[in-house]
Write a protein that binds this ligand. Sequence first.
Ligand code: KG4
Length: 345
Amino acid sequence: MAGNNRDIIILGIESSCDDTSAAVIRNNLILSNEVSGQTVHIAYGGVVPELASRAHQQNIIPVVDLAIKKSGISIDEISAVAFTRGPGLLGSLLVGTSFAKGFALAKKIPLIEVNHLQGHVLAHFVKEQSVEKKMPGFPFLCLLVSGGNSQIIIVRDHLDMEVIGQTIDDAAGEAFDKCAKVIGLPYPGGPLIDKLAKEGDPKAFKFAKPKLPGLDYSFSGLKTSFLYFIRDRMAENPDFIEENKADICASLQYTIIEVLMTKVKRAAKETGIRTIAVAGGVSANSGLRQALLNAAEKYNWEMHIPAFKFTTDNAAMIAITGYYKYLKGEFASQDAVPYSRVSLK
Ligand code: KG4
């Protein structure tokens, strides 16, 4: 598709955890979005940081090359390169950051640093060719649930966000993955629990729910309650997991969703905001999607649920954030170093 010389073309780079991704967007329209996952971690039951950064080093050039080729643009048309500066695994972030800096220097184009969490939220603004999509109007509330974060955010503008609730310990994705590990499921367990839960009874077993005031989350108590429950039942019946796998998954998923939904409903009530969005890896969960849609109907919310490909880590969300920062002239310097921990505000 032909562009014009006022178009802004951003190359986005994402390498915060175990996915190496590169994307090209023209203004807010996605031209390509390549993601290369890393299977090396499966044997360890979780992401091994050193292995992740080595895999990023192997993947980054082929992934960027493919993203540029598939976008149909020439490398000289790229206006700026946006990269995930954090939060994430430091070694992984270093690979994307170093690549982006080198690319910007070589092509003499601006460098844009992106907060990974802001990227997840702004994934809602990525436009796809021939896909009709209503974007959320401001202000809206975003439930951001991933392997590393669980937050409720007020989004006042593309680059104006405020966290009004967040986890004080584990993230929702961690609760899914760690509990999955307890019952012998491979990493990442979230999608497998989702699949098994479809065949089970969500009310079969009860697990502890946190009693935290305000809008903050906590998942560590649930994780411990799950661990002790499985340990006690296995002591009585060594086949307990095998005989009840679907019910265990359905009940665990139900509890996590209940915890998430309670605070989303409270946030909507307290702020009076009825445009609600969800983002991050856990937003791929079918039970959570259904619970949000049910609540939307009951409370008259306008609900925004992203396409599956924009829920987990991807560079399209980094490129779109880069686009909005480009419009505001927010550029990074070659001194920018990655950060492993950072909140939105
Ligand atoms: O956003 P993401 O790809 O990475 C982070 O930035 O953390 O999220 C990964 C998390 C993992 O914990 C994974 O188990 C979870 O998202 N996840 C799911 C589902 N798909 C991915 N959790 C529950 N149900 C799913 N369908």
